[in-house]
Ligand binder design. Sequence first.
Ligand code: ATP
Length: 297
Amino acid sequence: MEKAPAKLNLLLDTPFHHADGSEEWDMVLTSVDLADLVTIKTLGRNGRIKVMTDTGFLPNDRRNLAYQAAALLANTYHRKEAVNITIEKHIPVAAGMGGGSADAAAVLRGLNRLWSLNLTPAQLCELGLKIDADVPYCVWSQTAHVTGRGEQVEPLPELPPMWLVIAKPQTSVSTPSILRQINYGRLEHASTPHLLAAIHASDYDGICQATANVLTPITARRYPVVQRLKTQMLRFGADAAEMTGTGPTVYGICRKRSRAQRVANGLAGFCREVYVVRPVRLGAAVQLSEAPCSTED
Ligand code: ATP
């Protein structure tokens, strides 16, 4: 079984867009201990890929990013085995937490091991980019500076001790609909060097000051709940509060668990889906070989 942890954007910026319309990213991402569980089995030789989830509303066919990951590896490396993928979903869907990308990355890691492909994290990232911009990061799933179209992942040191409160409003946000509204002339860019310096110095306060998301005003204009949640998190005692990805999920940062719990309790009246989590480091895909995946021929 592979753990597929959710990601949060400690920073999200886009300096420009490429001629093909895709965004250049400048992001600092971290992963948290809220994870989908992905079980992968290879059996027989009929080449069929099957995805099952426990949600009832996610697609089970090639629209599922986990399916796409298996198909991509099978086609690229001419593998004929059938692949059965079971996803136990814990990450909220369409929430800016990269759930689909995390599942896809878990399948890339799992099949890389099951099929003894010996692909390096860089190779898995290159493949992952063909699925979604967040997949390369999810291959690593540890705090990292991500640039390019999402394929340049530079792992960062472990974060200082902290607790994160995650609040997912009822509304789901379509990522493309937010990205279409970016006006590059008007973006107020974030200060990535400040955040990177704070992380390297293990400076908790510096991290809190430097978290930023240039897309927050765009999402918050359409979904006022985003700004409301940020304000409430700070009011209940979080040291920083920001939106992740294109939203609508908002997270707050606290030094102590008791404070995080207080913030979570305070939010209970405003938001039904609230989690108290910690950053996790899955580490490079190459270090994941202990996690058992099963092969049945
Ligand atoms: P991103 O910001 O990377 O677009 P997100 O974190 O906001 O993603 P996801 O939970 O990845 O959102 O879901 C985005 C869309 O991807 C959903 O509409 C969903 O139907 C589709 N999807 C495909 N495969 C999966 C999967 N395995 N898990 C969740 N969503 C999936």
